[in-house]
Design a protein around this ligand. Structure first.
Ligand code: ADP
Ligand code: GN1
Ligand code: MG
Length: 371
């Protein structure tokens, strides 16, 4: 498939929707690593400015955009009903897909690309790193609640949008293949990182083995719970709307918990180059644990709760392995903005894994305290 820049196809995509006003502009938006996101500005006959989110779905990553959009339409309709039942605001507390002129939930462009539109959730902030413990608590509560709201979603109807997404052992196997191929000749420069991963091969199987043995249940989970996948109300700073629903699939509760810890329980950006600034924060870990268990804890089994720290450690290790694998393969998966970007990202993750290994007993004790 051709990889034309999204901008070249933007006009075509824009003409697929009835915007309810004049389109006055569309600009790149957000800091996601996967999709091409634009903010579309429209003006109504009354003169109001109304914004939308237009996204080109990354079809290298998501091979079945129709199945993916079926998931998203299903999940957001389900959430809408639940939000209505509790008297919430369905225009802000869930994503809302806008249908094309043809009444479809996405538009297939002439280049084989897939585009979708969401209403813009106004009056919110999207954080790239934790600004206060209160914000982190609010995100924990919202992600926990998201999992609770989807507890009785018919999981069998969900398409698996990325096969073996959080199968950490399989991520390890893919790393080994990339290392063996060493397509860009980069392995020689990253020996320390390679050894770091190899020393943790056994860890990669811990959660997937418990799942395979039937000791941990599959739930409907988000699978990509980093802080910038939640919109917080600008004024109240509560977690208003969980976004980026591309990976909502059956998964482990610990992975949703763990991916948030990976991204948020430290003081720096995911791609910080100065590793002396990258430190796992136990106080933020405690804050998140408290919020997540307050919202979702009652539904979790004892073993699910006990293994939450493994979710944190393994989501961080897995993400680091994925960044390193992509670096070895030539940066095809994650969007990069500078040379060595995936390597920088990998190094922050491994620093956090080391910190978590040292803080392991305290992490276990904190989870126990709130369980
Ligand atoms: P990616 O999969 O590439 O991470 P996201 O779906 O997370 O893409 O969107 C990228 C960014 O766009 C988000 O981090 C957020 O800032 C913004 N965004 C996405 N959807 C909305 C929305 N409905 N309203 C407001 N902002 C949004
Ligand atoms: C990607 O799409 P985005 O930027 O929210 C990735 C996650 C990684 C994350 C690392 C579909 O998330 O799995 O944890 O980058 N999403 C996909 O920042 O691979
Ligand atoms: Mg995102």
């Amino acid at each position: 498939m051709s990889l034309k820049p999204a901008e070249e196809l933007l006009q075509e995509a824009l003409s697929a929707w009835e915007w309810g006003g004049t389109v006055v502009g569309a600009v790149r938006y957000g800091a996601g690593h996967i999709n091409d996101t634009f903010c579309v500005y429209t003006q109504t006959a009354e003169g109001d400015c109304v914004r939308f989110i237009l996204q080109r779905i990354n079809t290298n990553t998501f091979k079945d955009p129709a199945g993916l959009m079926e998931n998203i339409s299903g999940v957001t309709s389900f959430l809408r009903k639940k939000i209505e039942e509790k008297g919430g605001d369905t225009s802000r507390e869930t994503m809302n897909v806008v249908a094309t002129k043809e009444g479809k939930n996405f538009y297939a462009d002439s280049n084989g690309g897939a585009w979708r539109v969401y209403t813009f959730v106004e009056g919110t902030v999207c954080l790239q790193k934790v600004e206060s413990p209160e914000d982190f608590y609010a995100s924990a509560y919202a992600f926990g609640q998201f999992q609770q709201l989807l507890a009785d979603y018919p999981a069998a109807t969900l398409h698996e949008t990325i096969a073996r997404f959080h199968d950490t052992a399989n991520r390890y196997a893919n790393f080994e293949k990339a290392l063996e191929a060493d397509a860009c000749g980069r392995a020689k420069d990253v020996q320390a990182e390679i050894e770091f991963v190899k020393a943790r091969k056994a860890d990669c199987s811990i959660m997937v083995d418990l799942l395979a043995q039937g000791k941990l249940p599959l739930r409907v989970t988000h699978n990509d719970t980093k802080l910038n996948n939640i919109l917080m109300d600008k004024t109240t700073r509560t977690g208003i709307c969980v976004i980026d629903l591309d990976t909502v699939m059956p998964g482990l509760a610990a992975n949703d918990y763990g991916d948030s810890i990976r991204f948020g329980a430290n003081d720096c950006a995911e791609d910080e180059k100065d590793l002396s600034k990258v430190n796992f924060s136990l106080p933020l870990f405690e804050t998140y644990t408290k919020g997540f268990l307050a919202a979702a804890g009652s539904a979790l089994t004892d073993l699910e709760k006990e293994t939450l720290p493994w979710g944190a450690r393994l989501m961080t290790l897995e993400c680091g392995i994925r960044f390193l694998t992509d670096y070895l393969e030539g940066d095809h998966y994650f969007r990069v903005h500078r040379e060595g970007h995936n390597l920088d990202r990998c190094r922050t993750q491994f620093k956090l894994v080391s910190d978590m290994e040292k803080a392991w007993d305290e992490m276990m004790a904190i989870v126990k305290k709130y369980s």
